[in-house]
Write a protein that binds this ligand. Structure first.
Ligand SMILES: O=C([O-])[C@@H](O)[C@@H](O)[C@H](O)[C@@H](O)C(=O)[O-]
Ligand SMILES: [Mg+2]
Length: 421
């Protein structure tokens, strides 16, 4: 590779509520472009928090000259370079996932960009580099959020409603679900919980169950509940949710809930790196791992995770954060080539209105994304959009995702604590 660029971008994001606060008016991402001496370009996408950007920029310099097929050497070079940096933090997920491997998180978008180049060079889709597709469409869930109608104007945006409307009760969530399902045809529903008292969230899930009978449901409070509260919610939602995601913090707490809950427990919080797998299996903390190539070290290492889950009889699903089209393409190629990924994946895709890739390559039809079959990732960078969203990054003033700080700027009494109930 002869040139590697890291470009931070910001895109408009609605006021989606979660247990640590509320999404800021713009979500941040970094776009990686790798170029070879032969003029082939590969794309990657990752978080853009300040500390992460510092590591990415250092890594980008360190890998110039390496072969895009030498992925082990690439990871070693990145590991060696970032271990010399005196930066901390920068998880890009508002403090919800802090124990993932820093090397894997930094390596991931470069690996994806290299696979994009490999695919383009060979004339094959990335899914073929991962063992080939086992499915031509990748199902996703309707990812519902409690939300406000608009960002408060004083907080730095125009305060205009985003079109989705307010959703702070079961009626609002049902309207949101109908809109999302009408538009995209989703056949599974996930609700981001941990926002309101658990009884209100139980009522919301029961209302969704009544409105969409037979549709698999999930509730994810991001570890907002104690073990006792988790068990109470689990008993109420027995036979209603296909899994309960991160009800309570930590492997120990999850194991105590798992012992008595009737439904599987899933996580993208207490098993987020390879060294968490052994204790999680030993303690029987979870039965489903939500993979995420952005912090599991890219697509090849996510396949390794899939193999480990298969070996230990763990289910596999896929986690999401606010993202753009390069990430969705990578998620779709990976999911298409992972036989044991049998749950509908998560995506924040419906919540965004801007992108850095040209439209058309990715779409959600009948709740699933048809896997791109062209060479590489199958998405093309839109240079004008990249420049515009980079300018938006420069102008918006946000440099780190901070859902808690933003919430406190609106509600000074808000306290971020886990567990909250
Ligand atoms: O977008 C959010 O607010 C989510 O809460 C996200 O940050 C989580 O990482 C994620 O979707 C999850 O499943 O925990
Ligand atoms: Mg989750």
């Amino acid at each position: 590779m002869t040139k590697v660029t890291v470009t931070p971008v910001a895109f408009v994001d609605p006021p989606l509520l979660n247990t640590v606060g509320v999404h800021q008016p713009y979500a941040l991402r970094a776009i990686i472009v790798i170029e070879t001496s032969g003029g082939v370009r590969g794309l990657g996408e990752t978080y853009a928090d300040t500390a992460h950007l510092t590591r990415m920029e250092a890594a980008a310099e360190a890998i110039i000259g390496l072969d895009v097929f030498a992925l082990h050497r690439l990871r070693d070079a990145i590991d060696a370079r970032i271990s010399t940096l005196a930066v901390t933090g920068g998880d890009g997920v508002a403090g919800m996932i802090t124990t993932a491997s820093t090397t894997d998180r930094v390596f991931s978008p470069f690996e994806v960009a290299c696979l994009d180049i490999q695919g383009k060079t060979l004339g094959r889709p990335v899914s073929d580099l991962l063992g080939g597709r086992v499915r031509d469409q990748v199902p996703f869930s309707a990812y519902l959020f409690y939300k406000w109608a608009a960002h408060p104007g004083a907080a730095g945006t125009n305060g205009l409603p985003d079109g989705w409307g307010e959703a702070i009760d079961p009626g609002g969530l049902i309207r949101q679900a109908h809109r999302m399902i009408d538009r995209y045809g989703f056949t599974a529903i996930k609700l981001k919980g941990g926002v309101f008292d658990p009884d209100e969230e139980i009522a919301a899930i029961k209302a969704l169950h009544a409105e969409f009978p037979g549709v698999p449901l999930r509730l994810d409070p991001n570890a907002a509940w104690t073990v006792e509260t988790s068990l109470r919610v689990a008993a109420e939602l027995d036979g209603i949710v296909e899994y309960l995601e991160d009800p309570t913090p930590g492997l120990e707490g999850m194991a105590r809930v798992a012992e008595r809950a009737t439904m599987p427990l899933a996580t993208n919080m207490c098993v987020v790196a390879f060294d968490h797998l052994e204790p999680a299996v030993r303690k029987r903390s979870v039965s489903v791992v939500l993979s995420d190539h952005h912090y599991w070290g890219g697509l090849q290492r996510s396949r390794l995770l899939g193999g480990i889950c298969e070996t230990f009889g763990l289910g596999l699903s896929m986690h999401s954060n606010s993202h753009l089209g390069i990430s969705l393409a990578a998620m779709v190629h990976l999911a298409s080539a992972t036989p044991n990924l049998t749950y509908a994946c998560d995506t924040h895709w419906p919540w965004k209105t801007e992108d850095v890739v040209k439209p058309g390559a990715l779409r959600i039809v009948d709740g699933a994304v048809p896997v791109p079959t062209g060479p590489g990732l199958g998405v093309e960078l839109d240079e004008e959009s990249l420049a515009a969203l980079h300018q938006q990054y420069l102008d918006c003033g946000i440099r780190d995702r901070d859902d808690t700080g933003y919430m406190q700027s609106i509600d000074p009494g808000f306290v971020n604590s886990s567990p909250r109930w």
